[in-house]
Design a protein around this ligand. Sequence first.
Ligand code: PGA
Length: 250
Amino acid sequence: MNTKVIAGNWKMNNLQADTTATLTQLIPLVADATATVIVCVPYTNLATALQVVKGTNVHVGAQNCHWAEKGAFTGEIAPSMLKEMGVEYVIVGHSERRTYFGETNQTVLARTKAALNAGLKPIVCIGETLEQRNGGTMEQVLTEQIQQGFAEITAEQMANVIVAYEPVWAIGTGVTATNEQANDAIAFCRSVFESMYGSDTAASLCIQYGGSMNDKNAKELLSMPHIDGGLVGGASLVAEKFATIVNAIK
Ligand code: PGA
């Protein structure tokens, strides 16, 4: 069985004092977790978060990184800059970045490659819109996101990759995919990865579910055979709620 991974995506929330307070509250609540616990915080909170979680089982991630090692990219952050700080994980290709910041499968691939080359573990997000699901193109969209977004990633590199299946219609809406919808979509994604990398890599790949996962629905979602963890937005901002999700895996 894969080690399950619960990652919090704080998005553009929390100042320094909130970061310290939330993590200080979270740490004892998840000290006995069997899942890997990650909090992905805004760039400006990374140093604080790294300091607070030092010596604990809570890992720190960023929410994006650039594809170049350095250069004239005003406002961007290179993977090596994150690595140097001690950051271990980075979210790549979140649907909000695809929607608001022009992220494509090609830029997702470039950022994922750069993150891996710098020694970071990317959490690569994929997922269909409601229009695509209702229009019958969900499988095609997921297949393209995977085939294009992972085109140059080797099977060996996949050992350091986490995938988050996040149906866009479930993100921040309070509408969660049913256990079966989430499990079936992840099973489908796994079959696409299998066609690219073979059954061993596909079976050991951690594929999370994300989209309105909370302290009430996490246990059932996480008990589904194909769901290897969660990428949690809103509920990750509240230490007790996030801890309940982490501790739903025991
Ligand atoms: P949500 O966000 O849990 O608030 O729906 C999930 C995500 O965007 O990763």
